[in-house]
Design a binder for this molecule. Structure first.
Ligand code: FES
Length: 110
């Protein structure tokens, strides 16, 4: 089941900023890139490193551990193949940041 979860206030995420949030037992990184909101899982699909502090080049975040790059819009690596990062729909409604997450058995226990 997918549901929207409050992840903070929109004024906490100005263009050019990022924010690490914990929702439903997940660690999620929110980005505001030129006014567009994006949300990614804070675990690199290569080996699980945190992406929260990864350098951002346009819409590409670089994993600080081994340097793989992922597009925060799609979760994809450059090119046709490769690992895929989990992304989440996010939107601002009445000043609130809402992230859509799929409820997992682990998150139901929280
Ligand atoms: S853990 Fe991210 S590139 Fe290896």
């Amino acid at each position: 089941m997918t549901r929207e979860v409050l992840a903070g206030m929109a004024d906490e995420l100005a263009p050019g900023q990022r924010k690490l949030v914990f929702v439903d037992g997940r660690s999620i990184v929110l980005f505001n890139i030129e006014g567009q909101l994006h949300a990614i899982d804070n675990a690199c699909p290569h080996n699980g490193a945190s992406l929260a502090s990864g350098p951002l080049e346009g819409c590409m975040v670089r994993c600080p551990a081994h340097g793989l790059r992922f597009d925060v819009r799609s979760g994809c690596m450059p090119g046709a193949a490769g690992l895929k990062l989990t992304t989440f729909p996010v939107r601002a409604v009445e000043g609130k940041l809402l992230v859509s997450v799929t409820q997992t058995p682990a998150s139901r226990q929280v």
